[in-house]
Structure formats: structure tokens, C-alpha cells
Design a protein around this ligand. Structure first.
Ligand SMILES: [Zn+2]
Length: 277
């Protein structure tokens, strides 16, 4: 897993431009609530940690028109909106142009509203709240960004724990059948609170199940390749080095908590038992 690149626009100026591009009555309604939107933007951009415990939006249930038009900034895009949405995708590292940051399994075809737009319509078009996401992750996450005042998903612009390894793998061999099992472990550098977010993120998106399924599908092919390398004269040490190179190459592009890099590391530590099968 790796961080997303934040496009870093002047968020409130962008909102003002979008309002100018709107037609009435939306334009007038949005103009009248500009300063309240600015206050909300400042909270997100400077005191994000306080949001998970915030009771509710700046906009009350009764302000139906205001809520509709705030959400309309995203659902019916103006010229500026279309360009910004495209630039959020274009500005990502190559890996995240091809893979969803939430799962690293599928293409990120959508933008997820990290803080749900039904609950907080003022963040419907805040770029820092818009994270590239695959269709499946977006469906599962939906509006469920927090529960009991605690956020449950990794925020790929804010969170900063990607350089520490929290995803590990174990190899077990039962009746001559090797199996890889991925697991989460808290490294000392990640605090309890952040590690809880990682655990919930994995739990809600069922990532360990998905990764284990893929690892074990790949494993039989990889074992055939290892055995062939041994037949071709490579030593166990050379095979181990080759696996460590694969691990490093994947980690360089996808982060050290990428399921494939973790899988290759696990295989590199078990070359002898794998070759003995
Ligand atoms: Zn995904």
C-alpha cells in the first residue's frame, strides 16, 4: 500500500469557481452559504482528526436545498469540476493509476468520498476528500467511513504509516500441500489507534481473504518455477536471492505492505522446505 498524491489545489477558490459556473437557483443558494463551506473546509484541511467525532454536518437536515446543491457540485460537474476530477486521477503514481489504493487489486474507476457526502454534503467536492477507488471497494465502503466516532478506513492522503510493515505471511505445509496465510501485526512504529484503522480497513474490505485466495492460486505456479530453477542448476541460495529481488521490485512500486511482495518474502524464507515437497 502506498500514499496517494494530493492535487493540492486551493480548495476554497476552486469551490468559488464552481459556484460561479453554476446556474440559478443553485448559484444563489451556494453563494449564500459560501462562508459556512469555507469554515467546514478549514476544519477538514487543518483539523482533520477532529472530524471523526463531529456530531453532524454544518448543514442541518432541514436545509434540503443547500444539501442538494452542495452534492450537485459533484453529481453534475461544471467545467472546473470535470478538469479537477480528471487531474486527481492523472496526478497519482503509476501504480495507483492502474490499481485501487484501498485494495491494490482492481482498477480505480471511481472517486470515493472518504467522509460520506450524505452525512457531510459540504465535502462533496473537496479534493482532499476524493480518493481514487475501485468499484468494489467504493460499494463496500459507501458511507461507512466511521463507526462509534472512529474512522474505519485508511485515508490515502492523510495517513502516514505506509513505510512500516504491518502485513506479514506464514507458510504452512500440511499433507505435502503448502499454504500461505497473510496476517496483520502491529509494528512498534505504528500507534494503537492507527493500527486499529488498518485492522478495520482490512476487515471491512475482506482484504486478508482476498489476498490469501490470490496468494494460494499463484503459489502452485511459483513453486513449479522454483523447482524448474533448481533442475536448471540454481542453488537454493540463488533461488532465495531471486525471490528477494521479486519482493523488492514489488515493494518499490506497491509498498512494503503489498500482498505479492509479502508473499515472495515468505517464500524466500522457506526455499528449502518448498523444494523438498
Ligand atoms: Zn479496491
Amino acid at each position: 500500500m502506498i500514499k496517494c498524491n494530493y492535487v493540492g489545489v486551493n480548495e476554497f477558490e476552486t469551490f468559488e469557481t464552481i459556484v460561479e459556473e453554476k446556474y440559478n437557483p443553485g448559484k444563489t443558494i451556494l453563494t449564500n452559504i459560501k462562508s459556512r463551506v469555507e469554515t467546514s473546509y478549514n476544519q477538514y484541511l487543518t483539523r482533520f482528526d477532529e472530524l471523526e467525532a463531529k456530531l453532524s454536518s454544518e448543514f442541518t437536515e432541514k436545509e434540503v436545498e443547500e444539501k442538494n446543491h452542495l452534492q450537485g457540485c459533484y453529481s453534475s460537474l461544471t467545467k472546473t469540476g470535470i478538469a479537477l476530477k480528471a487531474s486527481i486521477f492523472e496526478n497519482q503514481p503509476d501504480t495507483l493509476k492502474a490499481f485501487c489504493p484501498f485494495c491494490l487489486l482492481d482498477k480505480p474507476r471511481t472517486l470515493d468520498h472518504y467522509v460520506g457526502q450524505n452525512e457531510f454534503p459540504e465535502y462533496s467536492f473537496l479534493a482532499k476528500n476524493l480518493i481514487p477507488c475501485c468499484y468494489d471497494c467504493n460499494q463496500v465502503k459507501n458511507d461507512k467511513w466511521r463507526r462509534n466516532n472512529r474512522r474505519r478506513f485508511i485515508h490515502f492522503y492523510y495517513d502516514n504509516f505506509f513505510d512500516y510493515q504491518f502485513l506479514f505471511a506464514e507458510l504452512t505445509i500440511a499433507q505435502e500441500t503448502p499454504m500461505i496465510n497473510l496476517l496483520l501485526q502491529k509494528p512498534i512504529e505504528i500507534n494503537e489507534r492507527d493500527f486499529q484503522i488498518i485492522q478495520w480497513h482490512f476487515e471491512d474490505l475482506k482484504l486478508l481473504n482476498q489476498y490469501n485466495g490470490r496468494c494460494n492460486t499463484l503459489l502452485s505456479t511459483e513453486i513449479k518455477i522454483l523447482k524448474q530453477s533448481r533442475v536448471n542448476g540454481m542453488s537454493e541460495q540463488q533461488i532465495e536471492n531471486q525471490l528477494l529481488t521479486s519482493e523488492k521490485n514489488y515493494a518499490d512500486d506497491f509498498g512494503i505492505n503489498y500482498w505479492k511482495s509479502v508473499m515472495f518474502n515468505c517464500m524466500s524464507q522457506n526455499v528449502h522446505s518448498i523444494l523438498s515437497l
